[in-house]
Design a protein around this ligand. Structure first.
Ligand code: ADP
Ligand code: GLC
Length: 495
């Protein structure tokens, strides 16, 4: 095939914004598909047919009946368009698996869904059939699978005839989630792994969907260059560092971008006022508005710190919780807003603190896209401790909104935030603050440094402008994916 013919790329993920989202995976997959479309790729998306996805996708029609797989007799493929672009999207509609009123991965009461292996095996079979052209749609040149939910896709594709199947790319957004199930469950999922293939999915006596993706994909990527190095080491590999290191010659780190048509201080539909690096006045209005909205003291000069994210160990939500009283006690005007949900115990801990610092601490245990935008708009400082961070989008959004991130320099945080050292401040390249130790003293010390600078408005504004000038558009990253797809397509496609 000619190297310049448009490529058919099928991107599969368990969440895609705005159809369904619990974290950055959703933002990244949606934005990549649309950036690829701008580069002339025929990019199509496929995901489970959750209720929220069926509600929002446009022009959905049934385009295929799905063959029975993994113990499920009936299913349909619905095909339509994304809500705010012309990117095609396919929904694997199996009501008993994806439309039972619960969350994406947990039941309505928060307990784990025990049938996740079946839910994502069914998705993977449907994707393989779709990509192979068996469901009445054109065959794909490349299938791009994301995270453990789609880790069986590369295995299923590898079991097709070589040169008669699409190439596969598997992107790791998070090594911590591995998709484990008993090995003897595999035949019931219509996953057959004899001989060498068995070793490719076996993980300490269980089956790992993540390992399957890592072993069987034609190419691996992860979402920042630094994380690509880190996951080859025991400290970040969650037991799979050896598996990844063995495939190190087929691993790339490609940084996520941000979708500036959605995440923009000049355009966001959720901000009470708009602003830009050239004119930051609107940011002061956003701050006043969020202070009012959350019952904080209406103090324009008070340093307003925000946390937005999953309340989990990864995000150091335990350390922040421990540090909060000292963080607030250090100076009488400090303000903090926490927006997040996650581990039940941490949620409880945060809830208990609410009300203890009237006018200075607001705790919102929940999920709100609109409030996340308003916090980026009104905040001064983003608290973003992470024990590991594959890329991190929150710090990118914050910088774009002129909210200065305090981060641990791991993974994508190290690749995207430039520490406010004296040298970086002097040449106006600094965009945030680093702290090394994943503990409360480390965080507190960085907050002190940040607030000291915040109290020097002229210097702070220079920092804000540098952060807002950072370029995190998807264009460059999408070009790297496209170059990778083309290389693979030439290897795997039939003539
Ligand atoms: P991760 O995917 O590890 O959770 P990212 O920083 O890549 O981290 O992406 C998190 C995404 O989820 C961002 O778009 C962030 O705004 C959003 N998010 C997380 N928690 C919440 C919440 N409670 N309310 C609104 N948005 C949230
Ligand atoms: C994951 C990671 C996060 C990354 C996101 C999108 O959820 O934890 O760091 O930004 O995926 O790739």
């Amino acid at each position: 095939m000619s190297s310049q013919a448009p490529l058919n790329v099928l991107i599969v993920a368990s969440e895609i914004y705005p159809l369904a989202k619990t974290g950055g995976l959703a933002d990244a997959t949606a934005a990549l598909a649309s950036a690829l479309a701008h580069l002339g790729v025929n990019s199509q998306l496929v995901m489970p047919g959750y209720e929220s996805a069926q509600d929002q996708a446009r022009r959905l029609v049934v385009t295929a009946e799905l063959p029975p797989r993994a113990g499920i007799g009936e299913g349909r493929l619905l095909s339509g368009l994304m809500p705010d672009s012309d990117v095609p999207v396919h929904l694997v509609d199996v009501p008993e698996l994806y439309r039972d009123g619960g969350g994406l991965y947990v039941h309505a009461d928060g307990s784990d869904r025990l049938n996740n292996p079946q839910r994502f095996a069914v998705l993977s079979h449907a994707v393989c059939d779709l990509a192979m052209g068996r469901l009445g749609h054109a065959a794909s040149d490349i299938v791009h699978a994301n995270d453990w939910h789609t880790g069986l896709v590369p295995l299923l594709l590898q079991q097709q005839r070589r040169n008669h199947r699409p190439g596969s790319v598997f992107t790791v957004h998070n090594m911590a989630f591995q998709g484990l199930c008993p090995l003897d469950q595999l035949p019931g999922l219509d996953i057959h792994v004899e001989g060498e293939a068995y070793a490719g999915i076996e993980y300490f006596g269980q089956a790992s969907f993540l390992k399957s993706g890592l072993v069987f994909a034609d190419w691996l990527t992860t979402v920042s260059p630094r994380y690509a190095e880190e996951i080859c080491t025991p400290a970040f590999g969650f037991g799979l560092d050896g598996v990844i290191a063995a495939r190190g010659d087929r691993l790339s780190g490609i940084l996520n971008g941000i979708d500036c048509s959605i995440w923009s201080p000049e355009r966001s539909p959720w901000l009470p006022a708009h602003y830009s690096a050239g004119n930051l006045e609107g940011k002061a209005r956003c701050k006043a508005e969020i202070q009012r909205e959350l019952g904080l003291d209406m103090a324009p000069d008070a340093p307003l710190m925000i946390f937005i994210g999953r309340l989990t160990w990864q995000k150091m939500a335990d350390v922040l919780l421990e540090a909060l009283p000292r963080l607030l006690d250090a100076e009488p005007d400090r303000q903090i807003v926490v927006l997040g949900e996650g581990d039940r115990n941490l949620e409880l801990g945060y809830r208990e603190l609410a009300g203890q610092y009237p006018g200075r601490l607001a705790i919102d245990v929940g999920y709100s896209e609109a409030r996340a935008h308003r916090l980026h708009g009104g905040g001064d400082i983003l608290l973003h401790g992470s024990r590991f961070e594959p890329c991190g989008l929150t710090q990118l959004y914050a910088m774009h909104f002129g909210t200065i991130p305090i981060v641990r320099p791991v993974g994508g945080l190290a690749d995207t935030v430039i520490d406010a050292t004296p040298a970086h401040l002097a040449d106006d390249t600094a965009t945030g603050f680093y702290f090394d130790n994943a503990d409360a003293p480390g965080l507190l010390e960085a907050v002190d440094r940040a607030i000291a600078l915040y109290r020097q408005p002229a210097r702070w504004q220079r920092l804000q402008r540098a952060a807002m000038a950072s370029n995190f558009s998807w264009q460059a990253s999408a070009e790297q994916y496209l170059a990778l797809y083309r290389r693979l397509a030439e290897t795997y496609l039939a003539d």
